[in-house]
Design a protein around this ligand. Structure first.
Ligand code: ATP
Ligand code: MG
Length: 394
């Protein structure tokens, strides 16, 4: 009978090098999120325990549990494991049976091993003896040993009384557990970049408050629908914290910009007003920063000079631009991975005001001067008219 997988080994890298107190706080958060995600998905487990810098999920459905755990921020990788006693005979016997069940014929293999605790054998013994036992015990598979780039591998992690055997390592999303950092206001435009910017800060442990500025009458309702879907998809990565989406009217202030400002600066006025409204929401929500999806040089409004001209609208909150140094291909690759690429395929244009010849070397003083003719009191009113959608209850 082939050995049964009964646990999922969860690795969490970076958390492990934190100070003792911080590490404990983050490990506890991670465990809490794993449990919530499993319950939400209806995947049964009997226990989630922490041991020797690893987390173990005890469950009969190790494949489903692995999929869920790998999508939780803070998880570097996961492996479904067979758990046995750590005496060498049991390791050899079980290892051969696992190889029989999972190795492909005519391919090369290697055995990897790590060991913690006191045993009457070394890691090297495990590698050598199990490698030899597999070759001897499974001649029908015609396997060969390749220690540098094997086609398939069997790993043995020995920890005191127990040994954990696995053949598969699934990459996790990485980062830090949600809630290890504070709330941040993530602006979402319905485009490709801003969901990636949000994902990147969420991955580092931030709790997002999503905000979309509704450009009506300079856009149509499809943009709001797309943003709501994007925000919901992102919110599904968050466990144990409430996630909201604010949809804020942004037509009146754009009309002020259209009426009173030079058209070449419209995008700068627009971005500055968005930051101002995001700031109001950051204060209401007790958030620490504002996040945008700008990429240096990607759009006319995203030159370094224009970014400075945009930034002077809000000086008491950091404006985080996690995509600033990315290439478009980096953004697309991540969007494919997390599932937000499909929205870009709709090719929506959510602003009809963008000028044909926008300024690329905006000066803060010029922009501020032009704004003197605009009624910026409308910004607070617009924030007051926001509709708020709860995407996740805490
Ligand atoms: P994206 O792909 O995110 O739409 P973009 O390169 O098209 O970005 P811009 O339109 O210049 O960029 O916007 C820059 C950033 O400003 C966006 O990434 C987003 O963070 C924010 N933003 C733009 N429009 C909106 C909007 N209508 N609502 C909320 N945020 C917005
Ligand atoms: Mg962009």
């Amino acid at each position: 009978m082939s050995p049964e997988y009964s646990e999922v080994l969860v690795r969490y890298g970076e958390i492990g090098i934190k100070s003792k107190q911080t590490r404990k706080r983050m490990e506890d958060l991670l465990i809490k999120h794993i449990k919530s995600a499993m319950r939400e998905a209806g995947v049964k487990f009997s226990k989630v325990r922490k041991e020797y810098g690893r987390i173990f999920i005890v469950t009969d459905v190790t494949q489903e549990a692995s999929d869920i755990a790998s999508n939780i921020f803070g998880v570097v990788s996961v492996s479904p494991v067979v758990v046995i006693e750590s005496d060498l005979d049991t390791i050899l016997e079980t290892g051969v049976e696992m190889a029989r069940g999972s190795f492909t014929k005519n391919k090369s293999f290697a055995v990897g091993s790590r060991r913690v605790g006191t045993h009457d054998y070394s890691s090297q013994d495990v590698r050598e003896k199990l490698g030899a036992a597999i070759l001897m015990g499974l001649p029908e598979l015609e396997l060969s040993v390749d220690l540098t780039s094997p086609d398939q591998s069997l790993y043995v992690e020995v920890r005191n009384q127990s040994a954990y055997l696995f053949v598969e390592t699934i990459d996790g999303v990485g980062g830090m557990p949600t809630g290890s950092q504070g709330k941040v206001v993530c602006t979402l435009s319905s485009g490709l970049d801003s969901p990636i910017a949000a994902f990147k800060v969420m991955k580092r442990g931030c709790i997002p408050v999503f905000v979309n500025f509704d450009n009506t009458p300079y856009a149509n309702d499809d943009c709001k629908a797309i943003v709501t879907e994007q925000a919901q998809l992102l919110a599904n990565y968050i466990h144990n914290f409430e996630v909201k989406l604010y949809i804020v009217p942004h037509g009146e202030d754009l009309s002020e910009a259209e009426t009173h400002g030079p058209p070449k600066m419209t995008c700068l006025f627009c971005k500055r007003n968005m930051l101002r409204m995001a700031r109001e929401i950051a204060i209401m929500e007790d958030a620490d920063a504002i996040v945008t999806g700008e990429i240096i040089g990607e759009q006319a409004s995203q030159t370094t000079m224009n970014l400075r001209a945009i930034n002077t609208a809000v000086c008491d909150f950091p404006i985080l631009r996690p995509c600033a140094g990315d290439d478009k291909s980096d953004i697309e690759a991540l969007a494919h991975k997390i599932g937000t690429y499909k929205f870009a395929e709709e090719g929506l244009s959510c602003c009809t005001l963008a000028p044909k010849y926008p300024v690329t070397r905006g000066k803060p003083s010029d922009v501020q001067k032009a704004e003197e003719d605009m009624n910026l009191d409308v910004l607070k009113n617009q924030v007051g008219q926001a509709s708020i959608i709860t995407l996740r209850t805490g």
